[in-house]
Structure formats: structure tokens, C-alpha cells
Write a protein that binds this ligand. Structure first.
Ligand code: NDP
Ligand code: 2IT
Length: 444
């Protein structure tokens, strides 16, 4: 049995009720076989055993009162997974599906993603099973204040720096930051994704979606292809999806379908992205209400059917495991040439296998969606320097970072005998930096 297999066996044995975490770890350990056999010092130093165990997991009660005076209790989480190369960094997710297994998979992926950015950030993730949907602004504020009243002890600009994820956007970050500042009485960058008036970075809102498309450009370029003229399906209609759609449109592509958890809208002639953005960001509407009835756009229930829409490129940007084998086969038979993951782990292992067997370009999440956290790290840099850069400066840095992540991932794949496999390449390139830092720092 190889070192990777031994460690995987113990992860499976010790975390039987966390399928998403097991899925993420299995994928990564499968990629690391060649690396661990080339570096026997990793086994000697127990690097993998430590790499798959979070440094710290915090679970807490979040009590809050709704507008009708009823008391609710949610569960709060922060998983501080790995701090070998920098303070813990990663988003907060507010969604009813949140439990410790989801937090651990996201924090684990975040370690490698953050390493790939080339910036000094470790891996963490947090959140709650609170559902902001249908709540008033006051209810969301009271929840965020209660959440931060516990979380403040565990975060800080040099310790752990949360940001947004599903269900946590500008509004939630504002409330969380206000409470952090009130309790700590310091003005520091303990959160990213902040508003521009209080320490946020220009370009952070756009960064994940824009970065995803910059990464896609690199992927297409390797086959002498461009975005112009391509039909693109983007699942979700949140932060990542909206700015991916905007950048695709700017670069001459056509966004033919977008979704939310209820259904999807599609239009072979192209969706009106400005209407969708206004409907989602300002009016907080459902996707079914985000198009003009007189346009050629149509709405259908069942968000999973979005993958039956004919497209050249798919950018899954909603949630984990949203593309299964059946959807992958549909994409392939409809002529899809590239898939880049905007969401975290949106493709099942079976779907990824189908893409690879059919020579579909595949951009894995930890590389393709790293633009968000990379720009969060740029926000941290600006906060430390007490300065702010222009949108153009941040965007230019983001482009360079995404290009570097592509290059690093494809070169690592080549070096370790799996040329063209960006998934393995991203795992390997991300891991090497963290592993070497862990070796240097001793058994801690
Ligand atoms: P948002 O909350 O802004 O949007 C989420 C979108 O995905 C919504 O349209 C939502 O629909 C849909 N969605 C969420 N859960 C499900 C589900 N279970 N089934 C179907 N659709 C669902 O989140 P983000 O755009 O920030 O995040 C989207 C993905 O991108 C996540 O996987 C996140 O981890 C990842 N990501 C986010 C980054 C960021 O900077 N924000 C950075 C890197 C990755 P509905 O409104 O119906 O719930
Ligand atoms: O999954 C992710 O990378 C994010 N949600 C962004 C995290 C961050 O700290 O900006």
C-alpha cells in the first residue's frame, strides 16, 4: 500500500459521516502519488497525516431573535485547517445545508487554492446553517451580530481572515465587520470583501468571476481557441456567476443559460446580463423574475436541467456536485469543449472522468476560482499598507495571478507525469509549497 493510500484509508475510517470531505481528500491524495514517492521526507515527517487533519475546529451556538420576537438557534462553524504559509483565510457560507463535513471540505480545498495564488494565506472556512433567504435586513443583522459575538475571539488580521461565500455578500460582511470593530475596538482588516468606504478593495466583488474567465482564456489559448463567439452556460446567479457572465459578454462570448436553486433561464441568442444583475443584486429576486417577458428568454423549473442547454463552454458556479455523470455526458454530446469550475467541487468524480476521457478542457475549482481569495489577499495587503489601489491596478494583478496559476498547474502536471491534467497539476503545485513549509517548521 502506498503512503497516500494508507493515509486515505485512515481518513475514510475516521470521518465516515462527511462524504464531501472524503470526496475532496480522495481526489487530492490520488493526485499526490507521484509527489510523495519523489519526496520520501514527507512520509518521514508525517506530512499527509497532518495535512488532512484540521489544526482547529470551532463550533458554536448562534442565538438570535426574528422580527416577530421568536428565538432561533443556529450552529456556527470555523475550521482553521492549515496555517503553514499564512494566516487562515477563506469564506463564510450561510446556507441550510452547512454542517462540519461541508466546512471541512471547503477549508481543505482552500489550503491548496490559497497556496496556488502565490500569496501568504493559509486555509480556513466557516459559516452557519442559517438561511438568509426570506429574512429581513434586521434579522440578518441580528444574526450576523450574534455570529460575530463568538467568532471575534478566533479571527483577526494576522490570525484568521474570513470573507464571503454562498449566502454571505456585501450586506453580511458589513454587519459582521461592524460587530467585530465594536467588540475589539480596533480598525483592522479582519474580514475581506468589505465595502469600499471602510477598507474594501476595488475589484474584489468582480474577482472570482473575472478570474474564472481569465483562467478559462488560458485554457482555451492552449488549444488556440478564444472566448469570442462561444456560447457559455453558467449555473448559479450569485456573486461568482454574475461577474463571470459580465466578463464573458465583455470578451465577445454569449451567455445562453443561468440558474438558481429553483430553475434556469435560457436564450440561444444570449441573456440580458444587466437585467439579471439588477434583479439579483439590487432587488434580490429569483432568476425566474430576471428577464423581460417580450425577449426570447425562457424559464424552466429544475436547475439541474441547465446542462441540457447546448453550449461550447460550461462554468458551473452554484454549488458542489451540481454536474454528475449524466449532465457531463449531455454536455459532451452537445459539443462542449471546456469546463471551468467557478463553484467549489461542482463536478462529481464521475463527471470529471467523462470530461477527461472526451478531451474536454477541465479547469479545477482550486485553480479556476482562486481569483476571489487572491484579491482578498490583495485587500489584506492594502489594509496593512493603509492604502487603496485603483480598479485597474487590482484587475491587472488578478490577471497576472490567474495566468501564473495556470502556468504552475500545467507545469507541475508535466513534471509529475500527467501532462494536460490541470486537476492533478493544481493539487501538486499547491501542495508542494505547503508541504515544504510544514517540513521546515517541524512537527507542529
Ligand atoms: P451566492 O450566494 O452569491 O450565489 C449562490 C448561487 O448558487 C445562487 O444563485 C444560488 O441559488 C445557487 N445555489 C446555492 N446553493 C445551491 C444548491 N444547493 N443548488 C442549486 N443552486 C444553488 O454565492 P457565490 O456566488 O459566492 O458562490 C457560488 C459558488 O462559488 C460556491 O460554490 C462558492 O463556494 C464558490 N466560490 C465563491 C467565491 C466568492 O468569492 N464568492 C470564491 C470562490 C468560490 P439560490 O439563490 O436559489 O440559493
Ligand atoms: O471559496 C473561496 O475561495 C471563497 N469563498 C473566497 C474566500 C476569500 O477569503 O476571499
Amino acid at each position: 500500500m502506498t503512503y497516500c493510500q494508507k493515509v486515505l484509508e485512515s481518513v475514510v475510517r475516521r470521518n465516515p459521516h462527511e462524504p464531501e470531505f472524503l470526496q475532496a481528500v480522495t481526489e487530492v491524495l490520488n493526485s499526490l502519488e507521484a509527489v510523495t514517492s519523489a519526496h520520501p521526507e514527507y512520509e518521514k515527517m508525517g506530512i499527509l497525516e497532518r495535512f488532512i487533519e484540521p489544526e482547529r475546529q470551532i463550533i458554536f451556538r448562534v442565538p438570535w431573535m426574528d422580527d416577530g420576537g421568536n428565538v432561533h438557534v443556529n450552529r456556527g462553524f470555523r475550521v482553521q485547517f492549515n496555517s503553514a504559509i499564512g494566516p487562515y483565510k477563506g469564506g463564510l457560507r450561510f446556507h441550510p445545508s452547512v454542517y462540519i463535513g461541508i466546512m471541512k471540505f471547503l477549508a481543505f480545498e482552500q489550503i491548496l487554492k490559497n497556496s496556488l495564488t502565490g500569496l501568504a494565506i493559509g486555509g480556513g472556512k466557516g459559516g452557519s446553517d442559517f438561511d438568509p433567504k426570506g429574512k429581513s435586513d434586521n434579522e440578518v443583522m441580528r444574526f450576523c451580530q450574534s455570529f460575530m459575538t463568538e467568532l471575534y475571539r478566533h479571527v483577526g488580521g494576522d490570525m484568521d481572515v474570513p470573507a464571503g461565500d454562498i449566502g454571505v455578500g456585501a450586506r453580511e460582511i458589513g454587519f459582521l465587520y461592524g460587530q467585530y470593530k465594536r467588540i475589539r475596538n480596533v480598525y483592522e482588516g479582519a474580514l475581506t470583501g468589505k465595502g469600499i468606504t471602510y477598507g474594501g478593495s476595488l475589484g474584489r466583488t468582480e474577482a472570482t468571476g473575472y478570474g474564472l474567465v481569465y483562467f478559462l482564456e488560458e485554457m482555451l489559448n492552449s488549444r488556440s481557441q478564444v472566448i469570442r463567439g462561444k456560447k457559455v452556460t453558467i449555473s448559479g446567479s450569485g456573486n461568482v456567476a454574475i461577474y463571470a457572465a459580465k466578463k464573458i459578454a465583455q470578451l465577445g462570448g454569449t451567455v445562453v443559460a443561468m440558474s438558481d436553486s429553483n430553475g434556469y433561464i435560457s436564450d440561444p441568442g444570449g441573456l440580458d446580463i444587466d437585467t439579471i444583475q439588477f434583479g439579483k443584486e439590487i432587488e434580490r429576486k429569483r432568476i425566474s423574475q430576471c428577464y423581460l417577458p417580450e425577449s426570447g428568454t425562457r424559464y424552466a423549473e429544475n436547475c439541474n436541467d441547465i446542462w441540457s442547454v447546448k453550449c461550447d463552454i460550461a462554468l458551473p458556479s452554484a454549488t458542489e456536485n451540481e454536474i454528475d455523470a449524466k449532465s457531463a455526458e449531455m454536455l459532451v454530446s452537445n459539443g462542449c469543449i471546456a469546463v471551468a469550475e467557478g463553484a467549489n467541487m461542482p463536478c462529481t468524480p464521475e463527471a470529471i472522468k467523462i470530461f477527461m476521457e472526451n478531451d474536454v478542457l477541465f479547469g479545477p475549482a482550486k485553480a479556476a476560482n482562486a481569483g476571489g481569495v487572491a484579491t482578498s489577499a490583495l485587500e489584506m495587503q492594502q489594509n496593512s499598507m493603509r492604502t487603496s489601489w485603483t480598479f485597474e491596478e487590482v484587475d491587472a494583478r488578478l490577471k497576472v495571478i490567474m495566468k501564473n496559476i495556470y502556468t504552475k498547474s500545467s507545469e507541475a502536471a508535466k513534471k509529475y507525469g500527467c501532462e494536460g491534467n490541470l486537476l492533478a497539476g493544481a493539487d501538486i503545485a499547491g501542495f508542494l509549497k505547503v508541504a515544504d513549509a510544514m517540513v521546515a517548521q517541524g512537527v507542529v
